[in-house]
Design a protein around this ligand. Structure first.
Ligand code: TRP
Length: 347
């Protein structure tokens, strides 16, 4: 059997540098590696509605934003099937059957869901759909018999839940579904890119994101305003690089060739860090260097985004065609699932 990728994002906002480092970059690399037979990239609007059921307009408007971000990063509709989750109703049907294989206690133990419940103040009244979204995520993955799921590490509990469902299903009803593997970014710094304020994660509600759609001026302003070591007041002061987001971004994006291009006094990131830690290296200089590196990443993304944004009807057409193709595959899996479960009465 060929290798199949499925992954996706909730359309609740534009995608940012954290998404890029944590998953988008790797998806494009995997897409272009040519070693996958099928690649499905899903805009998870139904999942977004599990905690945004009261703001459908927001979910709707972010469908195109996320699609533009994907295309801008190099997701190529000739190589990857881009689709919208709600337009594949087979996923909801699969979810319904998978729910029998999962206990309430198991869902309540999911650490990512737990953290989200806290963050959203859902403790007292958790919507059933929200608590059960890991089950629907298992449907997303298994509907395409995906064996490879490139995601950030916050999604590992979803993959574990999916594997458990697959194992129970296959055991009860016969070998039908495929157990998927997560693929995480190989660079640890990419996996945990903090916000520009040094907080653990980029988050729209905190306002600490660099968006893929930000103008060059906005990126410059955000980089120059980044949190650094608060004790590094004068250039001569020794500074910390460990919890310093400017250096964490450099860990994620800096390559040796960037030094000869933008900061030829140094040869390696290690050398730069040592100077900062010793004292005598100012924040502005390091931030300007980081800005040049991010500019290399973001300029081409921004230019491509603009091209696609000028032709929204063709973007919608990509999503429409992708959704039709995805539905076809999901329907085949659903048929096999129903056969395995002996509910194929009229076949
Ligand atoms: N949970 C993912 C997110 O928060 C989106 C998603 C939905 C997903 N279904 C998926 C990711 C299946 C990977 C595989 O963005």
């Amino acid at each position: 059997m060929g290798k199949v990728i499925l992954t996706g994002d909730r359309p609740t906002g534009r995608l940012h540098l954290g998404h890029y480092a944590g998953s988008l970059k790797q998806r494009v690399e995997l897409q272009n590696s040519g070693s996958f037979e099928k690649i499905y990239i899903m805009i998870a609007d139904a999942q977004a509605l599990t905690d945004h059921f009261d703001c459908p307009a927001k979910v709707r408007s972010n469908i195109t934003e996320v699609a533009l971000d994907y295309l801008a990063c190099g997701i190529d509709p000739a190589k990857s099937t881009l689709f919208i989750q709600s337009q594949v109703p087979e996923l909801a049907e699969l979810t319904f059957y998978y729910m029998n294989l999962v206990t309430l206690a198991r869902l309540q133990r999911n650490p990512t869901v737990k953290a989200e419940i806290k963050q959203k103040n859902f403790e007292k009244s958790i919507p059933v759909g929200f608590l059960a979204y890991p089950v629907s995520q298992a449907a997303d993955i298994t509907a395409f018999l995906a064996d490879t799921v490139p995601v950030g590490d916050d999604q590992l509990p979803m993959l574990e839940q999916t594997r458990e469902i697959v194992r129970s299903f296959n055991q009860l009803y016969g070998e039908t579904l495929v157990e998927p593997q997560a693929v995480l970014p190989d660079n640890a710094a990419c996996m945990r890119l903090p916000g520009t304020d040094g907080m653990a994660k980029m988050s729209k509600s905190i306002g600490n994101c660099i968006y893929l759609a930000d103008s060059a001026d906005e990126v410059y302003r955000k980089v120059m305003g980044m949190y650094t070591d608060p004790k590094h007041l004068r250039v001569s002061d020794p500074g910390h690089t460990k919890d310093n987001p400017v250096f964490l971004y450099l860990d994620a994006f800096c390559r040796e060739e960037h030094f000869s291009r933008y900061l030829p006094e140094y040869q390696t990131l290690q050398e730069l860090k040592e100077h900062y830690e010793r004292g005598g290296l100012g924040d502005v200089k390091v931030k300007k260097f980081l800005y040049e590196i991010l500019k290399e990443v973001l300029d081409p993304i921004r230019a491509r985004r603009k091209e696609f944004a000028d032709d929204i009807p063709s973007v919608m057409d990509i999503l429409r065609k992708g959704s039709i193709a995805a539905r076809k595959t999901a329907a085949q899996t659903l048929e096999r699932v129903k056969h395995a479960m002996q509910i194929d009465y009229f076949a």
